[in-house]
Design a protein around this ligand. Structure first.
Ligand SMILES: [Fe+2]
Ligand SMILES: [Fe+2]
Length: 290
């Protein structure tokens, strides 16, 4: 369920933010995935047209996160070993990372801390999805990884906003989101929403990004995923993985836990599982940086 974003907000956004384009190959892959009878092999063929993307995807699938003992050398090979869904996660991740490859991060936003937080949310989202036996467990890693991407868009492509937001956040010692709302009038979830719609990303991904700070008001069809990412965001900050732009724990309505049928013992276990995977995620962080 897309959020209706008022025209004046869209206009204000367009005036400042120069939205980067996604690699062409990803747009092609996304539209192929929407077709009913597309084969994984056809998708692999399209990806192979973009060598930079291919090498990034291969670095991701060869990372400790996936933990395969033998090196995966081609997209076809990755497809056989990982399966389509896990490869899809790597394609999305690699493509979005391409967007920030050439941008400038020079106004003091902690990008490493940001990615560490995002990876933490990805890992915990995936663990939660697995626990809840959702069919698309792998996708939850991407949902978590990209939930705050609006912040990065503002840092790289909306400096006019973030140059005021970042000092205000420090000066007033409020959350980054509160500072965004005060300076810009909307927050990074709206930024993510506008950008993801422009990029024609899948609806579940758009909803996760749009509603991750407003789950109780969400009544679209991707509730478990939206709730999972909100809980993962909360837990990641609670245990201090990475840096989401401030030291605050985002407020989370207690109903969200019951909406997802999560009890304390499960949450404890998920945190333990998430933390134990964080070491292999350092590898992932290097890929993001590189
Ligand atoms: Fe957020
Ligand atoms: Fe977050």
């Amino acid at each position: 369920m897309a959020k209706t974003i008022p025209v004046h907000i869209k206009q204000k956004f367009e005036q400042v933010v120069n939205v980067p384009t996604l690699p062409k190959v990803l747009s092609k892959v996304i539209s192929m995935l929407g077709e009913p009878r597309v084969s994984a092999r056809e998708v692999a063929k399209v990806i192979s047209q973009d060598q930079a993307l291919v090498s990034r995807i291969l670095r991701i699938v060869n990372s400790a996160f996936y933990g395969f003992p033998r090196q995966i050398k081609t997209i076809d090979h990755a497809l056989v070993i990982l399966g389509f869904n896990r490869l899809k996660a790597a394609i999305f991740t690699a493509s979005v990372l391409e967007v920030f490859k050439n941008g400038q991060n020079d106004i003091g936003f902690d990008v490493n801390g940001f990615w560490e937080h995002s990876i933490g949310v990805g890992v915990i989202s995936k663990a939660l999805a697995k626990h809840l036996r959702l069919p698309n467990v792998e996708e939850h890693f991407i949902f978590g990884l990209l939930h705050d991407v609006g912040k990065l868009i503002l840092d790289y492509y909306g400096k006019e906003f973030y140059e005021k937001v970042l000092p205000l956040q420090k000066e007033k010692d409020v959350s980054l989101r509160e500072a965004e709302l005060e300076v810009i009038g909307f927050d990074h979830s709206i930024v993510g929403s506008i950008v993801f719609e422009k990029w024609n990303l899948p609806y579940d991904m758009i909803d996760v990004v749009t509603w991750h700070h407003d789950v109780v008001n969400y009544n679209g069809k991707f509730l478990p995923s939206v709730g999972i990412v909100a809980v993962a965001d909360f837990l990641t900050r609670l245990v201090g993985i990475g840096y989401g732009g401030d030291m605050f724990i985002p407020p989370l309505h207690k109903n969200v836990f019951s909406m997802l049928n999560l009890d304390l013992m499960t949450v404890d276990y998920i945190i333990y599982e998430g933390l134990s995977q964080m070491d292999s995620m350092r590898d992932f962080l290097d890929i993001i940086r590189g």
